[in-house]
Write a protein that binds this ligand. Structure first.
Ligand SMILES: *[C@@H]1O[C@H](CO)[C@@H](O)[C@H](O)[C@H]1NC(C)=O
Ligand SMILES: *[C@@H]1O[C@H](CO)[C@@H](O)[C@H](O)[C@H]1NC(C)=O
Length: 496
């Protein structure tokens, strides 16, 4: 080959590659972000405000709390049913607040405003759940079994709206710890825009944490509550993670050394060093390590160094080439944990990765994993892969966010979305008739725009039917971390 001209050869190869490989379509993160926040309007319980944009929803559950002579109107339905479970609702609020606090700078004014409204819908309600402290804390409204036996829109509900409560000294360290975390995190989110509300949230967070710490144990230790909550939202991994989580958010919100000492003294006895790579509505340890690491990065508080070490070990586990235990990915590249509603894991684990990357960047540091070092962008690349997967770059070629693009599931496991709206069909369908709609092959009449649903299984397979709850049910705690993730990539659209 005497006439070999390398430049032309390389050019030719390059052009061939361009023709062969599908050009990846850049995702519209701005659209994904605003939709991920809009979703929360579809989950609203109570009296809807006139600014309500999700127009197919109506008022619902306007007498909640009446059996305990209190006002428990408002808040969010957790998923595709009509129960208000306060434990995952509080975690949702914490994650909306964290999205706002650490990723708000990446949002436009509109998105930030709507995110704050979505958060306030939760915190206004959470304040009601702790309005009778120090004696009583409200746990849940609605009877899960009776609710799940019906396929009814929230606007038609005729199932018992029983409210459940715990009275001192019934333990509630997990529930109250998470509510304290939510209120403390939200107090930071509201500090600029509404200092009076911020102060109310913070005072209540302190008081709620006192209940959590004083009455130690799980909220499901009390049989009546256990019956109401389990098997849906029992705190399977125990309550000690929520005590540290509540303390960590209170430390960040107040700077008070009481919480610093609490974190230092209880890390080992609470088992935090042995539980480093989990994060979700049940297990908060991963979140505790990352959140506390921020203070170590910023102020070199050596007393908290062990939390940062744990966070670092967790971060190293996302990289398959490092030594030690590893996160699991599906063949298609999705972060995966055993269990149902996969994308809840993807959302929470990606959130920690992106947050930690931010803390590294701001302190000009790298992630150290033995003899391997990673720039913050290496962490972000894993996160980018996750959000791209969720928005459609996956083996099923589907967006797992409802209403994003034009390839998304048309049937989701969500009562309100699947039954015609009260605007077009004011008469109630009733408990049983709804099951015909549930089983029908028809697409949902109402689009729950922005809902990120449970998503695919370990093999990237997905069944786009509302009968498959694990795959097609949306939940508030899947969406909340995604708000922060989409905000980052909206601001950095060309990140690669
Ligand atoms: C952090 O503090 C420790 C001991 O107080 C000190 O040895 C170390 O150099 C400090 N690190 C930085 C980055 O300032
Ligand atoms: C839901 O779909 C997944 C595949 O994504 C499958 O593994 C699971 O068995 C299905 N569950 C039901 C109840 O159909």
């Amino acid at each position: 080959m005497d006439d070999f001209r390398p430049t032309i050869f390389i050019l030719t190869v390059f052009i061939h590659l361009l023709l062969l490989l599908p050009t990846p379509i850049a995702h519209d993160y701005s659209d994904a972000l605003s939709k991920s926040i809009l979703f929360f309007e579809g989950q609203r319980s109570g009296r809807l405000p006139k600014e309500q944009r999700m127009g197919w929803r109506g008022n619902s559950a306007l007498n909640d709390g009446i059996n305990l002579k209190t006002d428990l109107v408002g808040g969010y339905y957790d998923a595709g049913d009509n129960v208000k479970f306060h434990f995952p609702m509080a975690y949702t609020a914490t994650m909306l607040a964290w999205s706002s606090v650490d990723f708000g700078s990446y949002m436009s004014g509109d998105d930030l405003g709507y995110n704050i409204l979505a958060l306030k819908w939760a915190t206004d309600y959470l304040l009601k759940t702790v309005s009778q402290l120090p004696n009583r804390i409200f746990v849940q409204v609605g009877e899960a079994q009776a609710d799940h036996d019906c396929w009814e829109r929230p606007e038609d509900m005729d199932t018992p709206r029983t409210a459940f409560a715990l009275d001192a000294p019934d333990p509630a360290s997990d529930l109250a710890g998470e509510i304290a975390a939510a209120l403390a995190a939200a107090s930071i989110a509201f500090k600029q825009s509404d200092p009076i509300y911020s102060k109310i949230l913070l005072d209540k967070a302190v008081e709620t944490f006192q209940y959590a710490d004083l009455h130690r144990g799980s909220y499901t230790d009390t049989p009546s509550v256990n019956q109401a909550v389990c098997p849906f939202y029992c705190s399977v991994n125990g309550y000690k993670d929520e005590l540290l989580w509540g303390a960590a958010w209170l430390r960040r919100a107040t700077g008070d050394d009481y919480y610093l000492k609490y974190l230092v003294n209880n890390r080992q006895p609470f088992g935090a060093d042995y539980d480093i790579d989990e994060f979700g509505w049940d297990n908060k340890f991963g979140g505790v390590h990352v959140l506390v690491a921020k203070e170590v990065f910023e102020k070199n508080v050596t007393a908290l160094g062990a939390y940062k070490d744990n966070a670092e070990r967790m971060m190293c586990s996302y990289f398959p080439e490092t030594a030690g235990p590893h996160m699991t990915y599906t063949p298609g590249g999705l972060l995966y944990k055993p269990g149902s509603s996969q994308l809840q894991n993807t959302a929470a684990l990606s959130f920690l990765l992106l947050t930690y990357a931010d803390y590294l960047s701001k302190s000009s540091q790298q992630l150290n994993c033995g003899n391997l070092n990673y720039e913050p962008d290496s962490l972000r690349r894993i996160v980018k892969q996750q959000v791209e997967y969720v928005l459609g770059d996956n083996p099923m070629k589907l967006s797992y966010m409802v209403g994003y693009g034009d390839q998304y599931p048309r049937q989701i496991h969500h009562r309100g979305a699947s039954i015609p709206s009260v605007n077009v069909h004011p008469q109630a369908f009733g408990c049983i008739k709804g099951w015909d709609i549930f089983a029908s092959p028809n697409p949902d009449p109402n689009i729950l725009v922005g809902a990120v649903i449970g998503g695919p299984d370990v093999d990237d397979k997905f069944i786009a039917k509302r009968t498959n709850a694990s795959d097609t049910e949306p939940t508030t705690y899947i969406n909340a971390p995604f708000v922060g993730l989409f905000a980052y990539f909206k601001s950095n659209p060309n990140f690669s």
